[in-house]
Design a protein around this ligand. Structure first.
Ligand code: ADP
Length: 338
């Protein structure tokens, strides 16, 4: 007998004594006696297994004990196998349930994209009529109008234009959801495109007392890109920079020649974006909490769409930003060798 618990197959079997009694291999009185003896030894710091104890006390012979232990171990093994089988079955069931739920979600997502695409197209048709008649009225083609009426029609036309842009964004979004954003890249002079974007953004920046800078080297290679889409991205990034910068701030659009590519960078000295929220701004419909964001309106689709467009150009729209310091959004376009 040693101080340590002896290593023998019987340590795998729980309630060996009860099993022996139930099987008629041992009397209850003998079990009690052996357990008492075991307890006495334990108090002395010596550990003796029950089976061994029973053999030593002559209550059972070694062969019977071994047979009983083996039987119990075999039972244990088949119980383990059984529980493995049922566990596997449950895992399979759960996996199937999850797959079905995923499929349902995908279907619903698809339905949502189709719905957005359909409704956007449906909205476009009446809007085209509204714009058309507003333009006719403004041009005086349907009769003379007073200056006040002209001003009112002008406001309506600008609102219709804005509505049109929102609808276009929604259509673009539903296309990007289905991975169907198409681009038509060709040789593009970024200097000219950016100058146009600056000219278009200038009135808004001016209204907010923001300085708008444009830095680009005189000589810049053309890039391979979709003119309409890239122009949309740059205008949107400028719009955001204007929206999220307090009066007196600076906004800079910069083109940097990097040899085989050109970097397009839009930076501001605005409210910035906290690090933990930076990945979120590229998610659709995401607008960061805070009064300034809500005050600014928007759909929360812009950056998600911009990212899809830039990804379609095999590039990535990146962001570096520090709260209260400003933000810089940038991406690269492939230069065309002359
Ligand atoms: P929205 O069209 O509503 O502006 P975006 O997808 O363009 O949506 O932007 C998502 C959110 O990212 C904005 O609501 C704003 O919280 C944040 N954001 C975008 N650009 C800037 C910026 N230049 N400075 C600070 N926050 C910005």
């Amino acid at each position: 007998m040693s101080d340590e618990i002896p290593l023998a197959p019987e340590i795998l079997v729980t309630r060996l004594g009860d099993y022996l009694v139930e099987s008629g291999l041992l009397s209850e009185a003998n079990l009690k006696q052996a357990l008492e003896q075991q307890a006495i030894l334990r108090k002395q710091g010596r550990h003796q297994l029950l089976g061994q104890m029973l053999v030593e006390m002559g209550f059972i012979d070694r062969a019977t004990l071994d047979r009983a232990v083996t039987e119990q171990i075999l039972r244990l093994r088949s119980a383990l196998e059984e529980s493995n089988r049922s566990l596997e079955l449950r895992v399979q069931e759960r996996t199937a349930e999850l797959q079905a739920a995923m499929q349902k979600l995908e279907e619903m997502n698809q339905l949502k994209s189709n719905f957005v695409a359909n409704i956007s197209h449906e909205l476009r048709t009446p809007l085209t009529h509204i714009r058309g008649y507003l333009e006719l009225l403004l041009a005086g083609d349907l009769g003379p109008i007073s200056p006040d009426q002209a001003r009112g029609l002008g406001v309506m036309l600008r609102s219709a234009d804005r509505l049109g842009r929102l609808i276009d964004d929604l259509i673009l979004f539903s296309l990007s959801e289905r991975g169907e954003i198409q681009i038509f890249p060709h040789a593009l002079n970024l200097r000219i495109l950016c100058q146009l974007a600056i000219d278009r953004s200038f009135p808004k920046a001016n209204e907010k007392n923001l300085a708008l800078h444009f830095n680009a080297p005189e000589k810049l290679p053309n890039v391979l890109a979709d003119e309409e889409r890239i122009s949309w991205v740059i205008l949107h990034l400028l719009d955001n920079a204007i929206k999220f910068t307090e009066p007196g701030g600076q906004i800079t659009l910069e083109l940097i020649d990097q040899g085989n590519k050109v970097e397009v960078s839009i930076s501001d000295t605005g409210i910035g974006i906290p690090p933990e929220q930076q990945p979120l701004v590229f998610e659709p419909f995401r607008q960061l909490d805070g009064s300034s964001t809500r005050k600014q309106g928007g759909t929360g689709l812009g950056l998600a769409l911009a990212q899809s467009i830039i990804k379609a150009h095999q590039s990535t729209l990146s962001l570096v930003s520090q709260p209260n310091q400003g933000s810089r959004f940038f991406f690269h376009l492939k230069a065309i060798e002359e």
